[in-house]
Design a protein around this ligand. Structure first.
Ligand SMILES: Nc1ncnc2c1ncn2[C@@H]1O[C@H](COP(=O)(O)OP(=O)(O)OP(=O)(O)O)[C@@H](O)[C@H]1O
Length: 323
């Protein structure tokens, strides 16, 4: 157990994880905790060391320094029993191109020690889950790139692991297929499984329960997507569209400044060409502050009030820039 750790169950913990390749220190002291039953997304600039971190967590690489615990044990010391509890989908296609889709999966299921009856059942269930059952007789090397990725996912989950590592599963896939992958991850998570996923599509961070940002060799921010957004912008925005020119608001600005920091008012027009003032203010918690803001404007003709969410691309950009 880890000194000072929380009482909730952690599927993954890393403390002070350092990984060096020759003279290059890629991971410079990663601290990380992933709880059971969550989708944890690891994002970071290209070359930040995401794959290196994932390989260290799956036991393919041993840490130069620091500690890693996966399902309560160091992954480099995993025996067959622990290996069966974990699934790993690497970046490239590492199956047998000359075997059929089903033969590949059957082979992998055998490696995990699934016996004949169970193997048959799981191969079918898994191919149905990733929607490849009707393509089961096709030669794996000949199917589309998207199908190969789904077969690779099938190979990582055929033995029903409780913890799944997936390295850039949606790289170079079309948006429809990317969405399907995320639906599959969520349905695996809803069954109680833990998923650790890296992605180059920063927007996909939104689909994770928690996100870690790896930059400069360590985790520089971790939390729910909303927590990271809050960290990047120092709060949340409320935006009001009020009828009339901004000059009409001047005498009320003091009141607004009491409600939130960073108040911005600009003029604009609505779709009918009428003058509107766009008021934007930064608050700590937009949902709880909105009623007060609306009350402060009860004299005005409010055309709309909303809580705009900046895209995760902006969040990512700001957090990385701060480093
Ligand atoms: N086995 C290795 N030997 C030497 N250097 C390595 C090895 N594996 C990774 N590196 C180096 O570690 C750094 C991080 O690579 P890594 O693949 O972990 O980054 P990444 O964040 O996954 O990048 P990308 O998003 O582009 O896939 C790179 O400079 C890479 O050259």
């Amino acid at each position: 157990m880890w000194a000072g750790g929380s009482t909730s169950v952690a599927a993954i913990r890393a403390e002070g994880l350092v990984k060096r390749f020759g003279g290059e220190e890629v991971l410079k002291g990663v601290d990380l905790s992933v709880e059971e039953g969550e989708i944890f997304g690891l994002i970071g600039p290209s070359g930040a060391g995401k794959s290196t971190l994932m390989r260290s967590l799956t036991g393919y690489l041993s840490p130069t320094q620091g500690e890693v615990e996966v399902l309560g044990r160091a992954p480099v010391a995993f025996g067959p029993k622990e290996k069966r509890r974990v699934g790993y989908m690497p970046q490239g296609f590492v199956l047998y191109g000359q075997l059929s889709v089903r033969q590949n999966l059957n082979f992998v299921a055998g490696l995990y020690g699934l016996r004949f009856g169970e193997r048959r059942r799981r191969v079918r269930e898994t191919l149905e889950f990733v929607e490849l059952w009707e393509h089961r007789r096709k030669v794996a090397g000949d199917v589309s790139g998207g199908m190969q990725r789904r077969l690779q996912l099938a190979a990582a989950i055929v033995h029903e692991p409780e913890l799944l590592f997936v390295d850039e599963p949606t790289a170079n896939l079309d948006p429809i297929l990317r969405r399907r992958f995320w639906e599959e991850f969520r349905s695996l998570r809803d069954e109680g499984r833990t998923i650790f996923v890296t992605t180059q599509y920063v927007g996909e961070a939104e689909l994770c329960d928690r996100v870690g940002l790896l930059a400069g060799g360590s985790i520089v921010a971790a939390g729910t997507p909303d927590e990271l957004r809050h960290q990047a912008f120092g709060g949340e925005n409320i935006e009001l569209h009020v009828a009339g020119e901004p000059s009409r608001l001047t005498e009320h600005l003091g009141l607004l400044e009491d409600l939130g920091s960073d108040v911005e008012v600009r003029g604009g027009q609505n779709g009918k060409g009428e003058a509107v003032s766009v008021v934007r203010l930064l608050v700590d918690d937009a949902d709880s502050k909105l009623p007060e803001v609306l009350k402060a404007f009860d004299w005005a003709d409010i055309r709309s009030a909303n809580v705009p969410k900046p895209s995760f691309d902006e969040v990512f950009f700001r957090l990385v820039r701060e480093q």
